[in-house]
Design a protein around this ligand. Sequence first.
Ligand code: TRP
Ligand code: ZN
Length: 892
Amino acid sequence: MAAERDAAALVPDTAGDGTVRLADYRPPAWLVDRVRLDVDLAPRATRVQATVDFRLNPDHAGPDLPPLVLDGRRLTLVEAAVDGRDVTADPGLALQRERLVLDAAALPGPAFTWTCTTEIDPESNTELEGLYLSGGIFCTQCEAEGFRKITYYPDRPDVMAPFTVRLTAPAGGSPVLLSNGNPGASGTTPDGRAFAEWDDPHPKPAYLFALVAGDLVAHRDRFRTAEGREVDLAVWVRPGDQDKCGYAMDALKRSMVWDERAYGRVYDLDVFNIVAVSDFNMGAMENKGLNIFNSKYVLASPETATDRDYELIEGIVAHEYFHNWTGNRITCRDWFQLCLKEGLTVYRDQRFSEDERSPAVGRIDQVKALRARQFPEDGGPLAHPVRPEAYKEINNFYTATIYEKGAEVIRMLAALVGEDGYRKALDLYFERHDGQACTIEQFRACFEDALGTDLAAFARWWYQAGTPRLTVREAWDAEAGQLTIRLAQETPATPGQPEKAPLVLPVRYGLLGTDGADLLAEGEALYVLDGPEGEIVHRDLSARPVLSINRGFSAPVILHHEAPDGARLFLLAHDSDPFNRWEAGRAIALDLAVRMATGQIETEAEAVPKPWIRALAGILDDARLAPPYQALMLEIPGNDEVAARLYADGHCADPDRIHDALRTMRAALGAGLAEPLAGLTASLADSGPYDPAAEPAGRRALRQRCLALRLAAGDAAAAETARAMAESADNMTERLGALTAMVHLGVEGAAAALAAFRADWAGDELVMDKWFSVQATAPLSDAADRAAALTEDPAFTWQRPNRFRAVVAAFAMANPVGFHAASGAGYRFVADWIIRLDAANPQTAARVTGCFESWRRYDDARGALMQAEMRRIAAAPGLSRNTSEIAERLLA
Ligand code: TRP
Ligand code: ZN
């Protein structure tokens, strides 16, 4: 056996600045027919023996055999052979920094079997990518490029193969051993160790490989598919957590039913396993037949999880399950096509949640998230197209643009071709591309071929970055009874894309008559704006109608609508489109907040004018409206949304002034609506036991909102209710809601409530994350010092991403008053922690660095302080490629 060699020690890095370009894509020279992995697990020295059948790609040009080039990172090569011939010491074998190259001269011909033994050290893997340990459980994360940390392999999504896996447990325990596909033999090895074999017949790219081994227990169920297959379902968790899996399991079964009904997609293995681990860089991962989840998105009980947690569990379980077809059976050709699986799968999980809960509330929540996260990205230094053309670190491209804007693009397509057309196109996509690794162009061609349309202009949505601004002007000719609606679009330049073409905007709209009813024949119409300007004309109108434009947020744009006086209040009272009805109220609130924050208005009476109060009172009184929708109507925009609007209007944002304005508005709303709010707080109180279903959750949401507004107004009775709720509510939704309101508003008793909460939950890491977050997001003048103090707490285990995010990311992203403290203390605190985390976990560190993306919005002093911290991060010794790419783009 040859001496072990450390890959990292040998040949220097490849030339260039490390940018990967779509234009450089070349098909793989070698394809894989089969992979067999034999994994001998041990915390410090796991041995992986890979047996890979390679075959020359028939499309490969040229008479000569190409070399075999395999990716590999942080691997110790033990031995390698080709068709059984040891090549470990062959002069044709070169170990470069992140790859292994075997000269064509060392290859026997156009097909051969490669065997390779590597050794890895999961215990020291703090990056949580590849094989690592989480709380004593072995687990993997291979997307996007983690498989290369397990063995040498063509780690690219267009190389797909069936895998068989044999896992052998370390001596001593009898852990559960899981991998992809269907279970095979299991038992005990001659030396007394547990082993298990798994077979995944569906060809897959390496990024979908997974294994899990550890002391786990299952919550089991069964599902019978439409094709009659009996599937064993299991949610695997640490002993003690088995009673918190019911909701995730229920969500899984509902997802399976939904995908059969909505898309005709049926599950294709005999088992489906979900595993919860507590150290995870993101939400969850769709590994074939073995989804691995951040425990935060699996575990739920009424006492420990909020309504929001339940909702997220449902959405993420569905998302990962839906990937089985959109992602796994049909995958991406290369990582530039990431939106092919992510945008489509987000759209699918959104529609699922809308069906399971409420389309109106769902759509409003989607748009709020899009505006809060994707619009700033698309309008700042990190802007990139939904289908990017270059990257340095692919992990930095799991962004709101690729996921959320990617989903909006699919939603627009569905709106343009209609539900039936959409289903026809998707049917063709599954039929034509099953088992393939595809591009956006192939997806688009399915629409064009199935429906006979041309999507060349529409396709710009994938290629062009930036949020379009849509300006809408109305002209009313009373004599002729004619309304002319003029639309104009423009997309501002983004980094690397100075020139923008017009996009295809599907604009749904309606016209309301003086009685508030819809005037148009079908209630509304769809206008497609496909040039820089357009015009809609309606004649023979007896009176000027009120225009409700871009209903359902059908085009994801920044809308400037110069509406006549009173139009927004009218829409708030009457619009039949629930999204635009909410939008009208939001626009009123945003305008008021902007005017307050810029000193144009000052008093409470001006901040919350009587007609608005009356309209809101009407909405609260309207029994036809669902409580969660009413709750959204009572919400005013957040600090960041106001800051973004101020910046767009050419002002500097001052987070302190915005905070004061919003506080005044909330207090005035609480006072102005005192009676209905008190009435609802009483009438919405839950009687029976806690039920996480959408309907009771919606009532709780409204009740919480009412209570928070009353607290903002200084209502003493509300403070009493909150104290009691924080102390003794039987569910986490109410306990945490009351605690948050008390801590954030400085209500008397807040400190005692925090202490009691901690005493109750010190042993529950997910609940303790909430305890940290409540405090990290409190908008207090000394917030940065308080956040720093939280990081001194012995329970601040910063290596766990959930805990790090609960404090540092929560402070950076959800505490504008603290983060933007004029002293710069907030920026410094966050930068210090990013630098520290980067050395252990670059993926999560890079993600948090994005909090500096809107530095241009603020005054010069704050802008300079933010820039200085970004420079300090960029200059940190040994900084990862992940974080340096983000820091450099932020500063460019
Ligand atoms: N593909 C996963 C999803 O959308 C997300 C993902 C990508 C991920 N890279 C990851 C999850 C790294 C965890 C770690 O569901
Ligand atoms: Zn996904």
